[in-house]
Ligand binder design. Structure first.
Ligand SMILES: Cc1ncc(COP(=O)(O)O)c(C=O)c1O
Length: 426
């Protein structure tokens, strides 16, 4: 089927090639369920609710997946991408390691714990997954510029993916972002803009620009339905790496909440396709107290999330008005999990704890997740006997300042053995 369209949300008139979105069949409203055709739409034409991709999956086997590329494209049949997606330049994220974390488990009195270490992606966070899918959609829809508002990691991923694809990138970030994330975005050569305001101000500006610049794909705004699907691959990989079965508990950091919601969607798809047994699992959300609107809504028993002004060192999670907040509440309540929040001091403890016990240096989001895990154990909300997976979604090298005051050399000495022993180091 070839669809030609031209409307206010598309980059001019563009012909979508047959099979451009693989087994995806529609964009479905998450609020009223109305169906829209696949295209550059992100809000429902009936009720303005957010759209998500719907599919008609064929039979997919474990063997087929295992025979695929060593990256997220092994799951291409389950994503809104064409069959030849791997032949276009992209950063090829995914299939990051699932680390058995026995020392962290012992530290927390847990029976079986795994760390899904997504700092191993090409730009060192899970954002490479979502951007790879968004870049594909942007290309298939005829957009010419890859853009985003970002709390930092998305900035890295968009700038790198656009560089690989040979297209322009425009990235908007809050002006007070960590220096490491500024450098690791600017190095790819796109247009990086520091905006005086919070992420939520940056996001509003991005929506305004998206409305004016018809050829720009803002990955998490006007191609968000496609972008968000990339996080399903975290759920697929966890199941595949556990030998095609589900863990009993998963702890996921929350900013917009899309990652958590899509991990759940990915798991449910695996069950529907018969790729894993339908065993019970609980999903837990993790936030920093200085930006914890979803945790607050969960504890108040609300279905909607009241926006907050973020004030936390976990800047990658500092979204005060999270787009997927209500859907996080649905997933967490449906699966029997909770959303918890932890102080900035606990976040730093979490970073140090993961590094000390497992040799994994996570960024502040990882610190939030480890600290939340510890809190869930301490408060009896997580079953210590059940198998648990936590997501380390980014790399500590990008948030050095968070931990720099806590660690350093034991001593500074003259270059002699005498000085070494005098300092009590032997
Ligand atoms: C390292 C890291 N982890 C987790 C998240 C949260 O992702 P989401 O916005 O999908 O909830 C972000 C978002 O920027 C991030 O940068």
């Amino acid at each position: 089927m070839t669809t030609t369209y031209a409307d206010s949300t598309t980059p001019g008139t563009h012909t979508i090639r047959p099979g451009a979105f693989g087994n995806a069949t529609e964009l479905r409203c998450r609020e009223c369920g109305a169906s829209s055709p696949l295209g550059a739409h992100y809000a429902c034409s009936e009720c303005f609710g957010p759209l998500e991709v719907g599919y008609d999956f064929p039979t997919v086997t474990r063997e087929q997946i295992a025979a695929g590329p060593h990256n997220i494209w092994r799951y291409r049949e389950l994503l809104p991408v064409p069959a030849d997606v791997a032949s276009f330049p992209n950063t090829e994220p995914g299939l990051t390691r699932l680390v058995r974390a026995d020392r962290l488990a012992a530290d927390l009195d847990l029976a079986r714990l795994w760390v899904k270490d997504d700092s191993g992606n090409p730009t060192h966070s899970f954002k490479d997954r979502v951007v790879a899918v968004a870049l594909t959609a942007a290309r298939e829809l005829g957009f010419q510029v890859l853009a985003c508002p970002s709390t930092g990691n998305l900035a890295n991923a968009v700038a790198a993916a656009a560089a690989r694809a040979g297209i322009r990138s425009v990235v908007l970030v809050p002006h007070n972002l960590e220096q490491q994330k500024i450098v690791t975005t600017a190095v790819y050569g796109g247009t990086l803009v520091a905006v005086e305001g919070t992420y939520d101000d940056v996001n509003r500006l991005a929506s305004e620009i998206a409305g004016e610049e018809e050829t720009w794909a803002f990955v998490n705004v006007n191609v968000r339905p496609y972008y968000a699907e990339g996080s399903k691959t975290l759920g697929y990989e966890i199941a595949e790496q556990l030998g095609w079965r589900l863990p009993e508990q998963i702890v996921v950091p929350i900013a917009s909440g899309a990652q958590l919601v899509k991990i759940d969607k990915g798991i449910r798809e695996l069950v529907e396709l018969g790729l894993v047994e339908d065993t019970p699992y609980r999903i837990f959300g993790a936030q920093a107290t200085g930006c914890s609107p979803v945790s607050a809504a969960f504890h108040a028993g609300h279905d909607v999330v009241a926006p907050v002004k973020p004030q936390t060192l976990a800047k990658s999670l500092a979204i005060g008005n999270p787009a997927d907040g209500p859907y996080v509440l649905d997933v967490v309540r449906r699966t029997g999990g909770t959303v918890e929040d932890v102080s900035d001091e606990e976040v730093v403890d979490g970073i140090a704890r993961l590094a000390r016990t497992e040799g994994i240096f996570g960024e502040t989001a990882g610190g939030v997740t480890v600290a939340t895990l510890a809190k869930l154990v301490r408060t009896g909300k997580l079953d210590p006997a059940a198998e648990t997976v936590i997501i380390n979604s980014g790399d500590g090298l990008k948030t050095l300042d968070a931990i720099a005051g806590r660690v350093g050399p034991k001593a500074t000495i003259r270059p002699t053995y005498e000085a070494f022993t005098e300092a009590g180091l032997a």
